[in-house]
Design a binder for this molecule. Structure first.
Ligand code: ADP
Ligand code: MG
Length: 689
């Protein structure tokens, strides 16, 4: 059997996977044998240590061996409910097993027969009871007990048992014949498990040690491939000398002097980094990260000024129409004195307006183009696009960024993110980009006072908000996430706004949600930012970028439903003016993790600290939660816990590429192929493709 082709076979090749199961597996992103082997457990249950009955504790799931004492009994406390009971014992004690509505189990247990059981014991009325235990006859080949059992990310259509069984079958299909693709030298240097061993033991670990050993190998592998891809992309750009050399613009100083504030040191430094990139013949490919409110926008404005003054067009893509409109308004007045024309392209334009805008862009009468996704539509063609900026880059895919850039002739590219992560991590995860960090807030910013409160304190919160309104401030109230549908979310916002209007009359309440037409949204934002309206009730559509300095109160309903990064973003909508600002998290949950998040929010305003906590607090089940940071999806690496392995893998990737930039040596052949597979969407950006 040839091992490699087996990996690439469709999952139906695995015994026991028919059409229906294949479809369910596809929903989990599993299409090939390789995919299923790399569908890693999100958690494990320790059913390996076998307890005595006397050692079973209330609420602590455990595995134990016992003999059936007598036949199963059944009673019917009410219509539609039957309860099955079975008494089992060992030499240390007795336990009662119970099931509900499972009459078919009668007769499947023989008194005197030994079984292995696994379940969560509960002490009830003086006896030990286990509901719905896992049971296996002792004389059988034990599958579900007596070992460490993997728990997989799954869907309701696929039970854990089925997933376990198909993964087991897939492992026996490759039968330890997978070809190792990490060179021996690297495996020895970092003490990494062999591939077959690692895959077997990540799914069905013999013990904790073999699990850790296997996991390390797979984390390293994941990171090494990622780093090789990212660094090769960077390599390709760095040898390119066909980029635009923008000019040094003496007017820049005048432009900066006209601003109502002076730049912070961090802003000046970062702008310097951008200028250097822009003036060089290598195309810029830079990430600018900085906390909410650190003043990234003005740096983008300065870069655009430089581009336009050098004779090029500059385009800025933002995730929402509201944000585009807001930027359009502020930029317009900054650029006008210099005869620079700014235009807006969003989905709200009428056909006629759109056509007109497209003409101006194509003719080159428009210098600065601000827009949403509408910018990457085919109809938008530039005259000489020299600078591309994407704001809040985590909202865009790499592809969308590339499409916009492809509308120019090797333009400089700047991406901005307000979800900052620590520098070491940024260097690893954004390995394809150069990084600038604005690590300083403008002076005079007051800490946003943050409190988390429970429902019972709502009256007091309302009083507090009223007082703020009386002092002339405005407030945002963010409604809970409604996951079922946008329509339901819209309804809940409307209803909430109605109630609040009653509570806060005569102050004016207005509402905003994602289902509204773009024009209406913009109009509502205008009314709020002009101060005509006092309270804006909204969904998270206001999360990104919105800037209304007079708003000093942010209330977040059902704060437990939001992740830390999102809470921090939302809070960043206030604290933008001179007044003391407040963030009130209304909290309604027993979850320990959610409470921990509230405490982090209360304690710090620093986005970098919050990001770090966020990574730290992710459970093992949240391997996939990186999307909100705009980071690549990782199957196994944990960005906080595994930082040392990540650094090692990055170092190794640099060394490999230093020796063999194109990965053309025979020992890298399989690695090279894997990198290209992983980066199939960006294949054209990779140096060795
Ligand atoms: P973000 O980094 O979140 O995009 P913005 O660019 O929206 O932040 O800036 C937040 C606010 O701070 C804006 O009102 C902006 O005008 C203001 N600002 C930016 N730089 C400075 C500065 N150096 N001094 C004072 N205020 C500044
Ligand atoms: Mg350049």
């Amino acid at each position: 059997m040839e091992a490699i082709p087996v990996l690439k076979k469709p999952i139906q090749y695995v015994k026991g996977i028919g059409e229906a199961r294949a479809r369910s597996l596809e929903k989990l992103g599993i299409n090939t044998v390789e995919d299923i082997l790399y569908h890693f457990p999100r958690d494990y249950e320790d059913r390996a240590s076998i307890k005595k009955v006397v050692e079973l504790y209330d609420g602590q799931p455990a595995c134990f061996k016992a003999v059936v004492v007598s036949g199963m009994t059944e009673n019917r406390p009410r219509k539609g409910l039957t309860i099955q009971k079975l008494i089992v014992k060992d030499e240390t004690g007795t336990a009662v097993l119970t099931w509900f509505n499972q009459s078919y189990l009668k007769g499947s247990f023989q008194p005197g027969q030994y079984y292995m059981f696994y379940g969560k014991p509960a002490r009830k009325f003086g006896h030990l009871e286990i509901q719905n235990p896992v049971c296996e006859k002792l004389d059988e080949n034990l599958k579900e007990t007596g070992k460490i059992i993997p728990i997989y990310p799954s869907t309701s259509a696929l039970s854990q048992k089925i997933l376990r069984s198909v993964i087991k079958t897939s492992l026996s299909l490759v039968n330890n014949q997978l070809q190792e693709f990490l060179p021996q030298e690297i495996r020895e240097k970092y003490n990494l498990a062999e591939i077959n061993y690692a895959l077997n033991n990540i799914h069905f670990p013999i013990d904790k040690k073999s699990f850790e050993f296997s996991r390390k190998r797979l984390v390293f592998e994941e990171m090494l491939l990622l780093q090789l891809g990212l660094l090769s992309i960077k390599n390709k750009i760095s040898v390119d000398t066909h980029g635009i050399c923008f000019k040094s613009i003496p007017d820049t100083e005048d432009f900066i002097n006209r601003l109502p504030f002076s730049l912070t040191e961090a802003q000046t430094r970062v702008f310097g980094e951008l200028q250097k990139d822009m003036e060089s013949s290598k195309p810029m490919n830079r990430l600018m990260q900085g906390d909410v409110g650190s003043g990234k926008t003005i740096i983008a404005v300065l870069a655009m000024f430089k581009a336009v003054k050098s004779g090029y067009q500059a385009a800025m893509m933002v995730p929402t129409g509201i944000l585009a409109e807001q930027h359009y308004n502020t930029f317009g007045s900054l650029f006008e004195p210099y005869g620079i024309k700014t235009i807006l392209v969003t989905g709200n334009l009428t056909q006629k307006q759109k056509k007109q805008a497209q003409e101006q862009i194509y003719e080159g009468c428009a210098d600065i183009i601000i827009g949403t996704h509408a910018l990457i539509e085919e109809g938008v063609q530039f005259n000489n696009l020299g600078l591309v900026i994407t704001d809040e880059q985590h909202r865009f895919g790499v592809r969308q960024r590339a499409v916009l850039a492809s509308k120019g002739n090797m333009p400089d590219v700047l991406v901005m993110t307000a979800t900052p992560i620590p520098r070491t991590l940024a260097l690893i995860l954004y390995g394809d980009l150069d990084i600038s960090i604005i690590d300083q807030l403008p002076p005079g910013r007051k800490k946003i006072e943050t409190y988390w409160i429970e429902e019972s304190m709502r009256e007091r919160v309302n009083k507090f908000i009223r007082k703020q309104l009386e002092e002339g401030r405005q407030a945002y109230i963010v409604c809970p996430l409604v996951e079922e549908s946008d329509a339901m979310e819209a309804k809940s916002v409307e209803k909430h706004a109605e109630e609040l209007q009653k509570v806060f009359a005569p102050f004016k309440v207005i509402f905003l949600h994602g289902k509204m037409k773009g024009k209406l949204k913009d109009q509502i934002m205008k009314e709020f930012s002009s101060g005509k309206v006092d309270i804006l009730v909204s969904t998270t559509v206001i999360e990104v970028g919105v800037n209304v300095p007079n708003a000093a109160v942010m209330v977040i309903e059902n704060a437990e439903k939001f992740g830390l990064a999102q809470l921090h973003q939302l809070r960043g909508r206030v604290g933008r003016g001179s007044a003391q600002s407040y963030c009130i998290l209304i909290y309604n949950s027993d979850s320990k993790i959610a409470l921990e998040r509230m405490k982090v929010m209360q304690k710090t305003n620093d986005g970098f600290v919050i990001a770090e906590k966020d990574l730290e607090m992710r459970g093992p089940g949240e391997f996939f939660g990186t999307r909100q940071h705009g980071l690549p999806d990782l199957k196994i690496a944990n960005l906080f816990k595994d930082i040392d392995i990540l650094k090692e893998a990055q170092e190794e990737a640099k060394q490999i590429l230093g020796k063999d930039r194109e990965l053309s040596r025979p020992e890298y052949k399989s690695i090279r192929q894997r990198v290209l597979e992983r980066f199939s969407e960006r294949a054209d950006e990779i140096s060795f493709n």
